[in-house]
Design a protein around this ligand. Structure first.
Ligand code: GLP
Length: 248
């Protein structure tokens, strides 16, 4: 695992955006696995900015997103489809049909999840998978549990995740209780993984993912088995690794 130690959120965002833009430059028809949440917002701003300056084009890029809340329509302002449109897709030249976000309103979740995985396989898997991480170590919405789930699936969100995400909703009761998440098969099938983290509240999850036991109790720990992971994080998120002497 290569680790970039960045000063703060902005430096983390810029570094992540440089890596993503580099992937697109080397492989203009790449498949990007995209993430939502506050962590990648800054990187998307840089990419939009560089697109406006004609430094990067998404014309031939395809994207698949990690997850979506069950029950939220694409135009709900807390849906992940809405997040992707407003933070990235509406501001770059990606072809709308080339973007995929799980359908939170699907009437047949099992069939939908199977099709999502089949689509990812048909693309030859993802070239670069961007990941944030939950405070409890979740990646996508793969919550801590007794086993790693390989396929795209419907997840019951952990109470701690509902608490963490309540800040985006009018009240905690408005946070959906379930989500559709890409499984570990698609994440681990990505050729490269770009894991990003910012803030001290992520320090434990990052420490456990990088040097804890590989266990579904900390879903991010599975990344220790992936051969090409880059971690871009600020010093606050890295503080436990720094204190333990794992990185300088
Ligand atoms: C969310 C998303 C994840 C994200 C994580 C951290 O609930 N499902 O994809 O990485 O939790 O979110 P944030 O970046 O806002 O801290």
């Amino acid at each position: 695992m290569r680790i970039f130690r960045e000063k703060d959120y902005d430096a983390m965002s810029r570094r992540a955006a440089v890596i993503i833009a580099g992937e697109i430059t080397h492989n203009p028809a790449c498949v990007l696995g995209l993430a939502t949440g506050s962590t990648p917002e800054g990187a998307y701003k840089y990419l939009v900015d560089w697109h406006r300056q004609k430094l990067v084009s998404f014309r031939n890029v395809r994207s698949v997103n990690l997850d979506e809340y069950v029950g939220l329509a694409p135009d709900h302002d807390q849906s992940y489809r809405y997040f992707m449109q407003s933070n990235l897709f509406d501001h770059v030249d990606i072809i709308p049909e080339h973007t995929q976000v799980p359908d939170g309103l699907t009437q047949d979740p099992k069939a939908f999840c199977d099709e999502y995985d089949a689509y990812i396989r048909s693309l030859g898997y993802v070239d670069m998978q961007l990941l944030g991480i939950g405070r409890n170590g979740h990646i996508g919405f793969n919550e801590p549990g007794d086993c790693f789930v390989k396929e795209t699936h419907v997840v019951d969100l952990a109470e701690s995740t509902i608490d963490a995400n309540a800040r985006f909703f009018a009240s905690r009761d408005d946070v959906p209780k379930q989500a559709i998440s890409m499984g570990m098969g698609a994440i681990m099938g990505a050729k490269k993984v770009l894991l990003c983290a910012s803030g001290e509240e992520k320090a434990e999850a990052i420490y456990n993912s990088v040097c804890g036991p590989i266990t579904p109790k900390c879903p991010g720990s599975i990344l220790q088995l992936h051969k090409n992971v880059v971690l871009v994080a600020d010093e606050a998120a890295l503080c436990k690794l720094i204190a333990a002497g794992v990185i300088a």
